[in-house]
Design a protein around this ligand. Structure first.
Ligand code: NAD
Length: 488
């Protein structure tokens, strides 16, 4: 029976049962009791004790960095095992899960290095005293992650939060609990003191809710859907607790007539169909300059039809199954909606034929056009292998359409005109703009969304500061009585 990691102790959860399935064939990977609200309370109490224990609290940055580096080493040495497990849990291709595991290791290594270089400040005094601004941990951090890239999003939150000296209570998503438990084992083996990390797979409304509301949890870092994020922000507001939100998207990808067309086709396909479209930053709204609309779309559709749909274990697979059968049903409902709204399904729009795919949660790469930008299909996040194509006339038309969205997570621009690209990159309301590339990520570069796509930024050196609070120190430099106390 799979155990959960509560305050440094492996034990049976006391919450509702979770089931992890392999979406490539529907087989059950694991079934076990998830975390209850009581498990959360134990984990938070233990985390609070552990972070205030001098054995952790008094570590100097380079000593804490050493532990983070050992976690990076542990992740690196287990990349293959993590990849196999994560492919089973999420359906993703082995290529992608290998990259995600490597990126988690890179995140810990980067945060260890960044931690050693962070400096406090000596600020200019305005009297006979010295002033300093120092940074301290916040408290226990609640990290709540979605199912689409577990190990990478776990590391993206845990590494900077631990670097800052906090304890972390991590809750992975219901459908994909296994790799986060493996992450807990790796941290334990690397010598992270007990209690500093708990991994509590469980239901959002039970374990997640208990984390966010616990008084000793002093910050939540959340990645997931906008609706959930908005709700958590209200709970955080009541507690006057900071919250970082990495939320949904409906990102525009823009192809100009002057782009390298072949390069753009590859980029557009990768931007939407890698991860089977289950990516917050998926380039799911394609804007094509009107003069090349039909030609570009024709070539794109022909290429999309050739993409290889199959199990994540097969090295030839480009589009793996969706994470869960329920999620495929949600994608199918959106394609039905697109039909009702008058969309033309240019390719896909169905499950693949044949017995090889019969048992898995597969869905064909789908391209739709003929819809207005205001349609629900063009405005709502589908989170699957579904691309909508729209024409645009000029820069102003493009900016108006691209920015006509509640989301503002990412954007891709394909053009050889660097001046035009510069103008547009600054006019598009998005947290990340890729120019002649897409879905590239670097831990050193801050990430986050505009508008309903989020609040706050993760990654980068200052990512550690997001998990700290500032304290001001005033040092008196002489013994003269303060003015008010002077004898009259
Ligand atoms: P979700 O919002 O349903 O769940 C995310 C996490 O929140 C899960 O762990 C879930 O159990 C938990 N949760 C749900 N209700 C909760 C509650 N009331 N209290 C506390 N926790 C609760 O999202 P999902 O379906 O797992 O993931 C898909 C979404 O995540 C998409 O919208 C996608 O765009 C977004 N996402 C965003 C980013 C980003 O960096 N911006 C990255 C990946 C995914």
């Amino acid at each position: 029976m799979t155990e959960i990691f509560v305050g440094g102790e492996w034990r049976q959860g006391r919450g509702p049962v979770l089931t992890s399935i392999n979406p490539a064939d529907g087989s059950v990977n694991a079934e076990f009791a998830g975390a209850s609200a009581e498990d959360v309370a134990d984990a938070v109490t233990r985390g609070h004790e552990a972070m205030n224990d001098p054995a952790w609290r008094d570590l100097r940055p380079h000593e804490r960095a050493r532990i983070l580096t050992r976690i990076a080493d542990g992740l690196e040495s287990e990349i293959e095992a993590i990849s196999i497990l994560q492919t089973r849990d999420t359906g993703k291709t082995r290529g992608e899960t290998t990259a995600l595991a490597a990126s988690a290791a890179g995140t810990f290594r980067y945060m260890a290095a960044a931690l050693e270089t962070l400096e406090d400040e000596l600020t200019p005094p305005r009297g006979d005293y010295m002033t300093m601004s120092v940074h301290e941990p916040l408290g226990v951090i609640g990290a709540i992650t979605p199912w689409n890239s577990p190990i990478a999003s776990d590391a993206q939150k845990a590494a900077p939060a631990l670097a800052a000296g906090n304890a972390v209570v991590l809750k992975p998503a219901e459908w994909t609990p296994l790799v986060s438990l493996k992450f807990a084992r790796i941290c334990e083996t690397a010598g992270l003191p007990a209690g500093l990390l708990s991994v509590l797979p469980g239901q959002g409304r039970i374990a997640g809710d208990a984390i966010v509301r616990h008084p000793l949890v002093r910050k939540v870092s959340f990645t997931g859907g906008t609706r959930t994020g908005r709700h958590l922000a209200t709970v955080a507001g009541e507690k006057l607790m900071p919250i970082t939100l990495e939320l949904g998207g409906k990102s525009p990808t823009v192809v100009f007539a002057d782009s390298d067309i072949e390069h753009a086709i590859n980029g557009v396909l990768f931007g939407i169909f890698s991860s089977s479209g289950q990516s917050c930053i998926a380039g799911s709204r394609l804007f094509i300059e009107r003069g090349i609309y039909d030609e570009f779309l024709g070539r794109l559709v022909a290429r999309a039809r050739q993409l290889r749909v199959g199990p994540g274990e097969d090295p030839a697979t480009q589009v793996a199954p969706l994470v869960h059968f329920d999620h495929r049903a949600s994608v199918e409902r959106y394609v039905d909606l697109a039909r009702e709204e008058g969309g033309r399904i240019l390719c896909g729009g169905a499950r693949p034929d044949g017995t090889a795919h019969a048992d898995g949660a597969y869905y064909l790469p789908t391209i739709i056009d003929g819809l207005a930008n205001a349609s629900r299909t063009c405005q709502e996040e589908i989170f699957g292998p579904v691309l909508v194509a729209l024409p645009f006339d000029d820069e102003d038309d493009l900016v108006a359409q691209a920015n006509d969205s509640v989301y503002g997570l990412a954007c891709g621009l394909w053009s050889r005109d660097y001046q035009k690209v510069w103008r547009l990159a600054r006019r598009i309301a998005a947290g990340t703009v890729w120019i002649n590339t897409y879905k590239q990520f670097s831990i050193s570069t801050p990430f986050g969304g505009f508008k309903d796509s989020g609040l706050g930024r993760e990654k980068g050196r200052h990512g550690i500061r997001q998990y700290m609070q500032q304290k001001s120190l005033y040092w008196g430099l002489n013994e003269a009585p303060l003015p008010w106390a002077m004898p009259r």
